[in-house]
Design a protein around this ligand. Structure first.
Ligand SMILES: *[C@@H]1O[C@H](CO)[C@@H](O)[C@H](O)[C@H]1NC(C)=O
Ligand SMILES: *[C@@H]1O[C@H](CO)[C@@H](O)[C@H](O)[C@H]1NC(C)=O
Ligand SMILES: *[C@@H]1O[C@H](CO)[C@@H](O)[C@H](O)[C@H]1NC(C)=O
Length: 324
């Protein structure tokens, strides 16, 4: 069974539909595996694509099965198809997340929550589907999967969580495979650059074997490393002390980030150009980018095997006022 919803008004903030299933309250208004199809108003499909509408999906509640240990959403997933840009398959815990989907001409956008009912899990979802007025400042630039409008806010990766993936607690990760998306931030008037930083010391575990790291290593800064080499040669020995300037212990950058990483374009640290833009590992040094528009890119490859107990990230951003 397919339910059709037509957008009869193509401008104006319009709540088109709500997908909701709240098992704990015994309330079911949308069953799994029943797609809903959203079609643009026929007049709109004939208009300039610049005015084409798009949808914003707000996950008021979203709890589906975790991905498998490859990071693939194989049992449960939200599937959005037919839009102009790709929405990744999403699963796990995504309450309070949102995504934007552009219409692709007259092609309907189909939204479904597919579940594997053989896997016992207390699934819940409550998704608000909204079309935002065409000339609204809320309108996201085309292609942005997520869009933030504040001078400062917090961006969380999909299925971020402080607990391990319950389906594969020892080898699994909470990060999903095959992500390739941009998080756009609306430039506030009078603001010229954007600073990105970890929300807390453990909130950037994006690649590698996070499970093997001591929590005192993840995301922590050290000021100096003292290395003392003792060279003993017969009766002769000497001491050498090497002082390294502090850096984040587990942060990885540049060409060492090949599988899962975020991209912050042309960043600088305390005014010094960093000259790399890929960041991964288990720590992110606070950095600032002046490149416009403000976009944080998120990339994961097709297989998360070996990426153990990564949580993903929570990053705070703050826009920085232009120098006067
Ligand atoms: C995860 O699921 C995908 C899709 O079904 C499959 O190709 C992959 O082999 C699975 N990974 C594991 C470790 O089972
Ligand atoms: C001490 O050992 C180093 C090499 O290990 C050598 O170059 C140096 O001449 C030695 N010094 C003395 C006083 O024997
Ligand atoms: C940047 O400057 C601040 C304030 O002086 C300092 O606390 C911080 O450690 C610096 N960051 C780096 C990565 O050098």
């Amino acid at each position: 069974m397919v339910q059709f919803f037509h957008c009869s008004a193509w401008c104006g903030s319009l709540i088109l539909s709500v997908l909701e299933r709240t098992t704990s309250m015994g309330h079911v208004s949308h069953e799994e595996n029943v797609p809903i199809m959203l079609v643009q108003h026929p007049e709109l499909a004939l208009m300039d694509l610049a005015f084409a509408a798009y949808l914003r999906l707000d996950f008021l509640d979203f709890s589906l099965a975790q991905p498998n240990s490859s990071g693939v959403c194989d049992l449960d997933f939200l599937l959005v198809s037919g839009g102009a840009s790709t929405v990744p398959r999403l699963c796990g815990e995504n309450t309070n997340q949102h995504v934007y989907v552009d219409f692709n001409g007259a092609t309907p956008i189909t939204i479904s929550i597919d579940t594997n009912t053989n896997f016992a899990f207390d699934r819940r979802w409550n998704i608000r589907i909204q079309q935002i007025e065409c000339d609204s400042p809320c309108r996201a630039p085309n292609g942005c999967l997520q869009y933030y409008k504040g001078v400062s806010d917090t961006v969380t990766s999909f299925n971020y969580g402080t607990t391990v993936n319950t389906r594969a607690p020892l080898i699994g990760t909470r990060q999903m495979a095959n992500l390739n998306y941009g998080v756009c931030v609306r430039m506030a008037l009078g603001y010229c650059s954007i600073q990105w930083s970890q929300s807390d010391t453990l909130s950037f575990t994006v690649s590698g074997d996070t499970g093997s790291l001591d929590t005192t290593v993840i995301g922590r800064k050290i000021k100096f490393i003292f290395t003392i080499d003792i060279i003993i040669s017969e009766l002769n020995f000497s001491y050498r002390a090497i002082h390294f300037l502090g850096t984040d212990l587990a942060a990885v950058t540049g060409t060492d980030c090949t599988k899962d990483f975020v991209i912050i374009p042309n960043p600088s640290i305390n005014g010094t150009a960093e000259n790399v833009d890929r960041f991964c590992g288990n720590g992110l040094v606070t950095k600032t980018s002046s490149l416009k528009p403000f976009v944080l890119y998120v990339v994961t490859d097709g297989d998360e095997i070996g990426e153990i107990q990564n949580r993903g990230f929570i990053l705070d951003y703050t826009q920085i006022a232009c120098a006067v």
